[in-house]
Write a new protein. Structure first.
Length: 254
């Protein structure tokens, strides 16, 4: 596709020229109940039902048209790229889907600022695609970026901070449990630190009777214990001295 900035290896013109539609084509960033209901009501009688390969080609054509009209960094390309990423992922073209989402993220940051809320959903889609490809270092980088943006967007007194950090803590626990990228202890330490931050936020935004507070405190205690069990101190000391040193170690983590 040359100068248009997309390099997904598709030859589109012949494919698109051969398509004859009896009904309009509707392009959505995602399948949603609202979109599905609209399409089923408006075009249910149609004989032609385009497959996902056709929809990928149409989404690329739409993107090309937008880029010609408005330039390679126009905000209107963001939703088209998200839609392309979605269609590519459904078609099993995960690497191409990842590149589409990365470009959508880049355009979002250019037009909407480095710390805007709309990019959060794009990063989560990048995470989904890279998880499917088993690219754990990239997944970890995406979660680190999510953490950075959440902290920039929301203060401790905003419940959206605690809600957003839940997903990141879950990732670090999974990465530690399954040793996904060889940094088990580092993931556990990161989860522990974020649990303490979540507790600070929850104490400012929830009532004292909310069960989440007790759950966070229990998880902090568990993570402290596992950190101790994985520490050099624990491995080096004799069993007679472990209890005393453990209490000292846990006190220093506060």
């Amino acid at each position: 596709m040359g100068s248009k900035g997309l390099h997904y290896g598709f030859t589109l013109r012949g494919v698109l020229a051969s398509l004859t539609l009896a009904v309009p084509v509707f392009l959505f960033a995602d399948d949603s109940p609202v979109a599905a209901d609209f399409v089923s009501r408006e075009i249910a009688p149609a004989v032609f039902r385009p497959g996902n390969e056709d929809l990928v080609a149409r989404q690329i054509s739409l993107l090309e048209d937008l880029e010609v009209r408005y330039g390679p960094y126009d905000i209107r390309l963001k939703e088209a790229l998200k839609g392309l990423g979605y269609r590519l992922r459904k078609d099993g073209q995960l690497q191409a889907a990842s590149e589409a989402y990365k470009r959508a993220l880049h355009i979002s940051r250019i037009n909407e600022g480095l710390y805007n809320e709309s990019q959060l959903a794009i990063v989560e889609r990048l995470i989904d695609v890279d998880q499917q490809m088993g690219r754990w270092e990239e997944v970890n980088d995406h979660f680190a970026y999510l953490e950075h943006v959440y902290k920039k967007l929301y203060g401790l007194e905003d419940p959206r901070l605690e809600e957003g950090l839940r997903k990141i803590v879950a990732w670090h626990f999974d990465a530690s449990n399954f040793n996904l990228n060889g940094n088990r202890v580092e993931h556990l330490r990161k989860a522990h630190d974020l649990l303490k931050l979540r507790l600070q936020s929850a104490e400012m935004t929830l009532s004292g009777e909310d069960p989440l507070l007790d759950s966070l405190k229990r998880n902090i205690e568990r993570s402290e214990r596992y950190l101790y069990l994985n520490s050099d101190i624990y491995r080096e000391l004799s069993s007679e001295r472990r209890r005393t040193i453990r209490d000292r170690y846990l006190a220093n983590t506060d």
